[in-house]
Design a protein around this ligand. Structure first.
Ligand code: SF4
Ligand code: SF4
Length: 374
């Protein structure tokens, strides 16, 4: 048992193991405002990693429609009820994490549950289902009847619930990049990680009887490439790279810039206490009390910054989906934003303003293309 620092909660908390942070930590930013729910990411992941016997129900990446959708069904509402009402005091978390008892001591096991088989039946139940019918129409800034797409992968948490729950120490966090993996030789299939992951991203292979999970496409990451779900994203909503601690954030690291410097991207259910490393730019039309529960404090500020993007933030948003290489550093030079890789070489150069092309219309009578009405 150890007292560890969780910067997302702005306080220390109890965890089963010491705070041994990796040399660097993989991190992701997903801009919910841009997602079209096309599931290209989902299929890219499925066809790469989860197409074998025993993996039929496995969707390491899924995109669910909030607030009603979820995979497994109702995973978050069930856990929120089990976890109990929690409070924030400003930016500081005043409640208890899934690792802590009421008196602040460490629980034997994280708060959690193993979903029933039936709860894994529908990977995209309630797709596009809103909370109401909005008979009178909707207008910004907030839609009282709403839905939004939630893109979900393993968060490669700093304090993983799956790691804390495993009695075999079969799940581990790689020191070189913070990716969380299951050692298939050590796993005995007890499913404690399935119960202990609050995000339900550790899954049970029904053929091998061992746990499996998103591996953050580590063979690609080792090759300075971004994971498949990030590379395949049609909406260019995803960016992956490296996330630092707040005190060590580099303003030229795009992930640090979005999370720590501009505070435009927020963790999912930070109150669980795992310090997840996937960050979301919150959907601007959603009622703020819902966003508070989902992303913790800071949603309104993040939305304000995102919707009034200055040229620098706009430039960083241009890097989303722009390349399959990992961007370690960015620089705005002239009319371009440039992303640099681990070797310091340019990975991508994006124009800040796209060229504008006017499409001519076809004048069938004259059988010519024109730019202006005759
Ligand atoms: Fe483990 Fe779940 Fe965190 Fe992934 S999201 S590291 S499976 S606790
Ligand atoms: Fe959303 Fe991108 Fe996935 Fe399509 S591919 S559902 S836009 S995250």
């Amino acid at each position: 048992m150890a007292l560890v620092e969780n910067w997302q909660l702005r306080r220390k908390m109890q965890y089963k193991y010491d705070d041994t942070r990796p040399k660097r930590q993989i991190g992701f930013v997903f801009d919910i405002n841009r997602c079209i729910g096309c599931q290209t990411c989902t299929m890219a992941c499925k066809s790469t990693w989860a197409f074998s016997k025993g993996q039929e129900y496995m969707w390491w990446n899924n995109v669910e429609t909030k607030p009603y959708g979820g995979y497994p069904q109702h995973w978050d509402t069930k856990l929120l009820v089990q976890h109990g009402a929690q409070q924030w005091r400003g930016d500081e978390f005043a409640g208890k994490t899934i690792f802590e008892k009421d008196d602040g001591e460490l629980r034997d096991e994280p708060v959690g549950y193993i979903p029933d088989v039936a709860e894994w039946r529908f990977p995209n139940i309630y797709e596009d289902t809103a909370t109401g019918f909005a008979k009178k129409g909707l207008s910004l800034p907030i839609h009282q009847d709403f839905f939004f797409y939630m893109q979900r992968i393993c968060n490669h948490c700093t304090y993983p619930g799956c790691v804390a729950a495993c009695p075999r120490k079969a799940i581990y966090k790689r020191p070189e990049d913070g990716i969380v993996l299951v050692d298939q030789d050590r796993c005995r299939g007890y499913q404690e990680c399935v119960a202990g992951c609050p995000y339900k991203k550790s899954l049970f292979n029904t053929h091998t009887s061992k746990a499996e999970k998103c591996i953050a496409c580590y063979p690609r990451v080792e090759n300075n490439e971004i994971p498949r779900c990030v590379a395949a994203c049609v909406g260019h909503i995803r960016l992956s790279g490296w996330i630092s601690l707040p005190g060590e954030a580099r303003p030229d690291n795009p992930i640090d810039y979005l999370v720590h410097i501009r505070k435009v991207a927020l963790p999912l259910y930070p109150q669980f206490g795992t310090e997840p490393n996937v960050y979301y730019i919150p959907p601007r039309w959603v009622p703020r009390n819902h966003l508070l529960q989902t992303f913790g404090p800071g949603s309104q500020k993040a939305i304000d910054v995102r919707m009034d993007a200055d040229p620098e933030l706009f430039a960083v948003l241009k890097l989303f989906g722009a390349t399959t290489g990992t961007i370690e550093r960015f620089s705005i030079e002239g009319d371009s934003v440039i992303g640099f890789g681990a070797d310091g070489k340019t990975v991508i150069e994006m124009p800040l303003e796209e060229p504008f092309y006017e499409r001519p219309f076809y004048d069938a009578d004259a059988d010519v293309y024109r730019f202006n009405e005759p």
